[in-house]
Design a protein around this ligand. Structure first.
Ligand SMILES: [Ca+2]
Ligand SMILES: [Ca+2]
Length: 166
């Protein structure tokens, strides 16, 4: 090979390397927008809120991929969904993460029959509503009344509300 050919080859190799560098950086950089689908699929359910289960933004990009409380806890838990994470309440509402994602014991299996969909968002403290209306509460008390063992006094159980009932 002539000196000129070597020179051309060197330039070609350099150009190739320079062109490939940004491409490899794209795959090697831990870009949340790239890794999110894989991480998301580790949750027991994610169809409804998708990215918003873990991210502040529903459409996170490189510059706006901040994690919400649940995303933070998930990350601290090595991105593993388990019992520890299921029993935490990352967003501080009235529901544990496991309840919100439909896997209360954190074994990775969705607890309910039918569509595998989140009950609510584990990273949004405003959305977990247990539909406990006055009517539902009445039903619960009815069940307790009928199931109450003899040694328990119903009045003790609902002491704060018994004034109006009697
Ligand atoms: Ca919660
Ligand atoms: Ca929530």
């Amino acid at each position: 090979m002539t000196k000129k050919a070597w020179h051309r080859l060197a330039i070609g190799a350099f150009a190739l390397a320079a062109g490939a560098a940004p491409l490899s950086a794209l795959f090697l950089t831990p870009d949340p927008a790239v890794s999110t689908p894989d991480l998301m699929s580790r949750l027991p359910s994610y169809q409804k809120f998708r990215c918003a289960n873990c991210h502040v933004s529903a459409e996170p990009a490189a510059g706006s991929a901040s994690l919400n409380g649940f995303g933070d806890d998930f990350s601290k838990n090595q991105n593993i969904w388990d019992k520890t994470l299921a029993f935490m309440n990352s967003d501080g509402d009235r529901c544990l993460n496991g309840f919100e994602l439909g896997d209360q014991n954190g074994d990775g299996t969705f607890d309910y029959a039918g569509a595998v969909v989140e009950h609510s968002n584990p990273g949004d403290g405003r959305d977990c509503s247990i539909a406990l209306t006055q009517q539902t509460w009445g039903k619960i008390k009815e069940v307790f009344r009928s199931e109450l063992p003899d040694y328990l006094d119903f009045g003790d159980l609902f002491a704060d509300e018994s004034e109006g009932d009697e």
